[in-house]
Design a protein around this ligand. Structure first.
Ligand code: ADP
Ligand code: MG
Length: 338
C-alpha cells in the first residue's frame, strides 16, 4: 500500500473556469524523495498546498499513512496531517534563536523533550554549534538547513519543500542539493520537493513527476525520464533534445517508422500520420558517413564540450530547427563546413 496517495485530484480556483490542477493520481512510497517538476504556473505549489491542507481540492481524495485526510465530506486541518513544510523563503522567525526556531513546532512536547529533540535535529543538519545565533547571522544555505531542521523536528510523515533551491546562487545550489538529500535520507523521511529546474529534480529525486497545465505528463526515475520521455514536452523540458519529424507506413504485418531516409527497427502497435523522434545531442555524432547531411550553422563553446548546430540539407522537413550535437573540444569544426 502506498504511503501517500492522491486520487483524482482536481482544483478550480473560484475566479477561473480552467483547473489549476486536473485529475491527478499520484502514489508515494515511504522514504521516497519525489519532485514535482514543471514550468511556472503548472500547478506544483497548488498540489503541495492541497496535500498540506492549506488548499481544498474541488474533487478527489488524499491519503497519508493509511488515513484519509481529505475527501468530499471531510478535511483534516493542516496541523493534524503530520506534515513538515519548508517554505521558499524559509520563513524563520528573525527575533528567535536557531534553537527556539526549531523548537517552535513542538508545542505539544514537554520543555525537556522539545530541547532535546531540537538539539538532535540541529545535529542532524550540522548546525549544533549555531543554536544560540539568530537567523540573520547565518548564510542562506545554513538558514535553509534550519528550516529543514524545524520541519523535521516533530517527526512528520512527510516533508514538503517548495522551490528549496531557488534563492541560492549556482555554487551553493549544487552543494545544497546534495546536503538536503543527505539529510532527508539520514532522517529516513518521505519528501516531496517542488522545482521548475530539471537539474534540481534529477539531482535529488528517486522519481520525478513532470507537470504541464495542471496535468501530469510523466512519472519516472530521472534516468528513465531522460532516456524515454513520453511526449515532446517532457523530452524538451528534461534536457536539450532534437525533435525530428517522421512518417509511418505498414506492410501487412508491421508498422514501420521512417525519419527521412532512416527507418527505425522498432515495430509499433499503432499507426500515426506523423511521429516525432527525440535524439539527445550527446547521441549524435559528426561523421562523413552519417545518416543525415547538413552544414554547420553555429558553434558554441560550452567549456568541456562544444555545441554544434547543424542545418540539415536534403531533408529540411525533418526539423525546422538546426540539429544540436555535442562534440569534443578537440574536434576542429568550422562554421559552413558540410
Ligand atoms: P506553480 O507552483 O507550478 O508555479 P501554482 O500552483 O502556483 O503553479 O499555480 C497554478 C495555477 O493556479 C496558476 O494559473 C495560478 O495563477 C493559479 N493560482 C494559484 N494560486 C491561486 C489562488 N490563490 N487564486 C487563484 N488562482 C491561483
Ligand atoms: Mg510554485
Amino acid at each position: 500500500m502506498s504511503f501517500i496517495k492522491l486520487t483524482n485530484i482536481t482544483k478550480y480556483f473560484s475566479d477561473s473556469s480552467i483547473p489549476a490542477v486536473q485529475s491527478i493520481d499520484l502514489s508515494i512510497e515511504k522514504g521516497e524523495i519525489l519532485t514535482l517538476l514543471g514550468p511556472s504556473g503548472c500547478g506544483k505549489t497548488t498540489t503541495l498546498r492541497m496535500l498540506a491542507g492549506f488548499e481544498h481540492p474541488s474533487e478527489g481524495s488524499i491519503e497519508i499513512d493509511g488515513r484519509e485526510v481529505f475527501n468530499e465530506t471531510n478535511s483534516l486541518p493542516p496541523e493534524k496531517r503530520g506534515i513538515g513544510m519548508v517554505f521558499q523563503d524559509y520563513a524563520l522567525f528573525p527575533h528567535m534563536t536557531i534553537l527556539k526556531n526549531v523548537m517552535f513546532g513542538l508545542n505539544k512536547w514537554t520543555a525537556r523533550e522539545r530541547k532535546a529533540r531540537a538539539h538532535e535535529v540541529l545535529q542532524l543538519v550540522g548546525l549544533e554549534d549555531y543554536a544560540t545565533r539568530y537567523p540573520a547571522q547565518l548564510s542562506g544555505g545554513q538558514q535553509q538547513r534550519v528550516a529543514l531542521a524545524r520541519a523535521l523536528a516533530p517527526k512528520p510523515h512527510v516533508v514538503l519543500m517548495d522551490e528549496p533551491f531557488s534563492n541560492l546562487d549556482a555554487g551553493l545550489r549544487e552543494k545544497m542539493r546534495y546536503e538536503v538529500t543527505a539529510i532527508l535520507r539520514k532522517a529516513n523521511t518521505t519528501a516531496i520537493i517542488v522545482t521548475h529546474d530539471q537539474k534540481d529534480a534529477f539531482a535529488v529525486s528517486d522519481r520525478v513527476v513532470v507537470m504541464k497545465d495542471g496535468v501530469i505528463q510523466q512519472i519516472a526515475a530521472p534516468k528513465e525520464m531522460y532516456r524515454c520521455p513520453k511526449n515532446c514536452f517532457v523530452a524538451q523540458f528534461v534536457g536539450k533534445t532534437n525533435l525530428l519529424t517522421g512518417t509511418m507506413d505498414d506492410d501487412l504485418r508491421h508498422i514501420h517508422t521512417h525519419i527521412g531516409k532512416v527507418s527505425l527497427p522498432q515495430q509499433w502497435q499503432e499507426r500515426l500520420e506523423t511521429v516525432k523522434l527525440s535524439i539527445r545531442p550527446e547521441g549524435c555524432q559528426l561523421t562523413d558517413k552519417g545518416a543525415y547531411c547538413g552544414a554547420v550553422e553555429r558553434v558554441t563553446y560550452g567549456g568541456e564540450y562544444q555545441e554544434l548546430y547543424i542545418r540539415l540539407h536534403n531533408e529540411p522537413h525533418l526539423s525546422e530547427e538546426p540539429m544540436l550535437i555535442y562534440a569534443s573540444i578537440d574536434q576542429d569544426v568550422e562554421v559552413g563546413a558540410i
